[in-house]
Design a protein around this ligand. Sequence first.
Ligand code: PSU
Ligand code: MN
Length: 314
Amino acid sequence: MTTHPHVPFVVSAEVSEALSEGRPVVALESNVITHGLPYPQNAETAHAVESAVRRGGSVPATIAVEDGKILVGMTDSDIERFATGPDIPKVSSRDLPVALAQGRRGALTVASSVVAAELAGIPFFASAGIGGVHRGAETSMDISSDLVQFTRSKVAVVCAGAKKILDLGLTLEFLETHCVPVVSYRSDDFPAFYCRSSGFRSPSRVDEDEVIARAIENHWALGGHSSFLITTPIEAEDAIDSEEVDAVITEAIAAADRDGVRGQAVTKYVMRAVDAATHGRTSRANAAVLINTAEVGGRLAVAHARLRAESGPV
Ligand code: PSU
Ligand code: MN
């Protein structure tokens, strides 16, 4: 496997074997391990997410940085170390060069994970809720690097839409402006992380795995240099009703503002506050949606790898 000559990678044997044989691999972020859930649920969820990718038929590759290298395919002991390690910083795209140069340990967001996935030759990535345009962005200018990175990295991103705490209408506008395809798999609406619908219809719906695989390849064949978003909603039995969390989210965002929380800390602060107010209900739904998205990602990556085996990569 060829990776960038100046970026040191440690790719697990399983992942590198799968890639060299053209078998499907799904990249996964590590920020949810360190900034999403408390220990030990974070480690248990990371393993459950990896198993879900395998059930879908693909090989999981969870990504992090440590000792100046990008780990692609974290081992069980890597996951344990990150799940228990105190204060592991959140490393997004722009933090990655510095974290690598300083040899620091870091948990990758969606944005930095797709950077690493593309360099490692992994065309698929799955995460429950992407970052997006924050509510009030017209004054805070808080737009997740995840969105900007999607305009630059050729990776298929399977997700349950964007985080419910965001402005999902503006998030969809941003993706449209920047020509990032958004397809909802077997559903009509753009989902909202642990809620089944954002209230916005998706720009397109596709029900067949093969058509999604073909559309991804078409996007890149047409000269698109961006990611390709595929959404799949949380299962109905795990989902949270919008009405149940809307007021709680509004209050959590107001509390973040009152407490002077800014920048990279906002997402984690608001999500924790919502979880506390719902007595852990949202973090349970968060784990469920991560697992479901990973399984769907695992299945779609199979169709994509099959298509590439037949027609070669674009
Ligand atoms: N899940 C969480 N907390 C998080 C994230 C996910 O429970 O902080 C992350 C994801 O890694 C996503 C990032 O890429 O938040 C977006 O953060 P921001 O809005 O600061 O760009
Ligand atoms: Mn931000």
